[in-house]
Design a protein around this ligand. Sequence first.
Ligand SMILES: [Zn+2]
Length: 142
Amino acid sequence: MLTPAERAVGRWWRDQQQAALDALNAVCPPDESRRPFVRHIRHLCPAGKHRSISFDYAELYLPSPQMSVLVKQAHSPAEAGISLGDPGDTDGERVEIPAGRFAFIYHEGRCAGCKRTARSKTGRVVDGLTRKPAGKVVTSIV
Ligand SMILES: [Zn+2]
């Protein structure tokens, strides 16, 4: 079970990774995006005489780094829930998050023939303690 503070950190970290994925998709737009449960993408390959060929839509698993963050409780009803404090601020709860506590998962694939590309538009964060990698482990979204 995640504590509320861990959940807040997980959400914050997910937003960082999603921003990196959005940036990558803006610079290198994929030809298509599929839902995360898709494992293989079948297409009529122009490099293969328009035969139906599939390529892997492989999982990329990005473990979270070790994080030490200050989590602030909401002081007024206007502040919704928990927010992350400034690093110099000491008014809050210091939460140490070990490396690999979360993982950001997205999918990517490319046809070896026609170079058609696929990449997730949206990744998701999982509990790194219970959800282990099912594919390649990466250290950053590039
Ligand atoms: Zn192809």
